[in-house]
Write a protein that binds this ligand. Structure first.
Ligand SMILES: Cc1cc2nc3c(=O)[nH]c(=O)nc-3n(C[C@H](O)[C@H](O)[C@H](O)COP(=O)(O)O)c2cc1C
Length: 244
């Protein structure tokens, strides 16, 4: 057997893992990427105050299918807040400095930051934002009117990115996972990402939206557009969202 995939699977077997940064006594990386605190953030409605957006779980699972064509209708900020809450919302920051969220994560490392390419959300100017999951707020990052087009191009011209009301971009912060699991942690990043996107798919059913998961993109191009170094911080998975 040869090939890079085989090599990765082989060399990331547990038996080859050396002592982790955690075991060697290195400090834990922060739970959230730092940000420029002088930037005005946009507070979001706490989850308890959101409308119930109810749907039977079985119905949501059975109705779910990938949607690539969306209505031109906007999402409300509350609907977007709900989707952020169910995908990365922080329920608790414990004293052992870990977050408990609405998705599972290997070792509760929760190594993602959620970036949003906003096209049509009531009350938000189009542009690139980051969800501050601990503060439950949005951080404007880039108001470039071309940002959506640039992400679309980096996603191999997939039209649904451009036509979405919002496209979620899950950015891996490698060090948060690596600190505990070393090279094997890469596997866990990809597994964790699947859980997050599945919650988006199911939750979208409750707000009249559909989702398209996206893993086909030019890594370097997308990371450059998002202002990520591509090594420690990199886009791992996306989901375009829009009204049915
Ligand atoms: C890991 C993953 C990556 C995907 N990447 C893309 C993508 O880049 N572009 C796209 O149009 N669909 C993408 N999809 C959507 C799949 O094509 C879709 O889930 C599949 O055809 C099954 O259809 P269904 O979701 O309606 O059941 C992806 C799905 C998954 C789970």
């Amino acid at each position: 057997m040869d090939g890079i995939g085989y090599e990765f699977m082989e060399k990331s077997k547990n038996k080859y893992m050396s002592e982790s940064f955690q075991k060697r006594g290195f400090p834990q990386p922060p739970l959230e990427l730092p940000y420029e605190t002088s930037i005005q953030t946009i507070p979001l409605v706490p989850s308890e105050q959101l409308p119930p957006y109810q749907i039977e779980l079985k119905t949501a699972i059975e109705k779910r299918k990938t949607l690539r064509r969306y209505q031109q209708t906007s999402l409300s900020l509350e609907e977007l807040t709900y989707l952020l809450w169910i995908t990365q919302g922080v329920r608790e920051v414990s004293e052992t400095t870990r977050t408990s969220r609405n998705v599972p994560s290997a070792g509760a490392r929760h190594a993602f930051e959620t970036y949003l390419v906003i096209n049509r959300v009531d009350g938000l100017n189009p542009g690139l934002y980051r969800y501050l999951s601990i503060e439950h707020a949005l951080l404007p990052i880039n108001a470039d009117p071309e940002i959506s087009r640039k992400v679309f191009q980096a996603c191999l011209n997939q039209q649904h990115v451009l036509n979405s009301a919002v496209t979620f971009v899950w950015v891996a912060v490698k060090e948060r996972m690596y600190w505990r699991y070393g090279e094997r942690g890469y596997r866990y990043l990809y597994l964790d990402a699947g859980h997050v996107c599945q919650n988006l798919y199911l939750g979208a059913e409750a707000v009249g939206c559909g989702v398209c998961a996206i893993a086909a993109f030019e890594d370097d191009q997308l990371n450059t557009v998002l202002g990520l170094d591509g090594d420690n911080h990199f886009a791992i998975y996306l989901g375009s969202v829009g009204k049915r």
